[in-house]
Design a protein around this ligand. Structure first.
Ligand code: MN
Length: 252
């Protein structure tokens, strides 16, 4: 099995060497990651400037781009490596739950793999710790890779509670919940009296619904959410069909 690893925390991510080591026990691993932290990059792609990469060590590269760029460089043949079977993005420092999946560079890295038709996996550690211990989440990711049947385009978003191994209650298949950020905007003044802004979310509320990702992670379970590439609102489509938006017939 040939695995591409990327992330949005960049080359300094402490999970990266651990994850590579665990995956290398059964797979050929190529890691291409941003050369700096790209958290919140979502699915952005760099089109208006060249991308430059650097080899850090054997089969580990950095790129001055986003996770989506990293996946593209590899899957479009930019680095000599056997054909990739699976894309893994992570392990992210911090959760990617519920609506986070729209902002997350971690999830986007995996989603890009799925858009290329490959099975893909995003993994995040639900922690607020600046220097968390990734040993369990990295090991779990490798075990999960071996135990899962990787169908084409299967896209899984996994979140691991930051708990001691023995406190983790198991694994649950979940759906996305709803998460609300509060006090997300900080406004300050620079030394010249000009205002500037920081976007800094602090999660305060979430849906307390059994079966959602946030809820189950907070209950101590590893959350596995299959994500769809088609985000069409089916109910909205039906509603619109029965209401105003009707395809017009062309006049002859
Ligand atoms: Mn990140």
């Amino acid at each position: 099995m040939n695995i591409l690893v990327t992330n949005d925390d960049g080359i300094e991510s402490r999970s990266l060497p651990l994850l590579i080591r665990h995956l290398q026990k059964f797979a050929r691993v190529l890691a291409v990651v941003p050369d700096r932290e790209m958290s919140g990059a979502s699915h952005s792609i760099t089109l208006m400037r060249p991308l430059r990469g650097r080899q850090v060590r054997k089969n580990v590269y950095t790129l001055d781009g986003t996770p989506t760029d990293c996946v593209n460089i590899v899957l479009l043949g930019g680095i000599k490596f056997p054909k990739i079977d699976l894309v893994i993005s992570g392990v992210n420092r911090g959760p990617n739950l519920s609506e986070d999946v729209f902002y997350s560079g971690t999830v986007a890295g995996a989603r890009e793999g799925a858009l290329f038709g490959l099975p893909s996996l995003a993994v995040s550690l639900d922690t607020e710790n600046e220097e968390p211990d990734f040993s369990f989440s990295a090991e779990l990711t490798a075990r999960f890779v071996r135990q899962t049947e990787w169908l084409p385009r299967l896209l899984l978003n996994v979140n691991v509670p930051d708990l001691a191994r023995k406190s983790i209650r198991g694994l649950k298949l979940t759906r996305l919940g709803n998460r609300r950020y509060h006090d997300a905007l900080i406004k300050r003044e620079d030394p010249w009296g000009n205002p500037y802004f920081w976007l800094k979310g602090k999660s305060l509320t979430y849906t307390k619904t059994v079966g959602t990702d946030y809820y189950e992670v907070k209950k101590g379970f590893i959350s596995v959410t299959p994500l769809s590439l088609d985000i069409t609102d089916r109910a909205g489509l039906d509603r619109l069909r029965s209401l105003a938006v009707k395809p017009r017939k062309r006049r002859s």
